[in-house]
Design a protein around this ligand. Structure first.
Ligand code: ZN
Length: 74
C-alpha cells in the first residue's frame, strides 16, 4: 500500500512535469496528435490491440499487420 502511494505520487509528478512542458513547447495541434498516437485500436482479423499509429489502415478497417490487411482487403 505504501509503495502504491509512492508510485502514484511519482506518476502525478511526471504527469505535471510533462503537461507543463507540453504547454510551453507545442501548439494545440501537436498535443492533439499526441493524444491520437496513444489511442488503442483492435485488428479486424485477430482482434489484437495495438496503438493506432502502428496499425495498418485498410479499406474495411485497421489491422495489426500488412498480412492481415491483405487477408481482408482483396
Ligand atoms: Zn491481426
Amino acid at each position: 500500500m505504501k509503495y502504491a502511494l509512492i508510485f502514484g505520487l511519482v506518476l502525478v509528478v511526471i504527469w505535471l512535469w510533462r503537461s507543463s512542458r507540453n504547454k510551453m513547447a507545442s501548439p494545440p495541434a501537436a498535443r492533439a496528435q499526441v493524444a491520437k498516437s496513444t489511442e488503442v485500436v483492435a485488428c479486424a482479423v485477430c482482434s489484437v490491440h495495438l496503438p493506432r499509429i502502428e496499425a495498418v489502415a485498410g479499406k474495411r478497417g485497421l489491422y495489426c499487420s500488412a498480412a492481415h490487411r491483405q487477408q481482408e482487403d482483396h
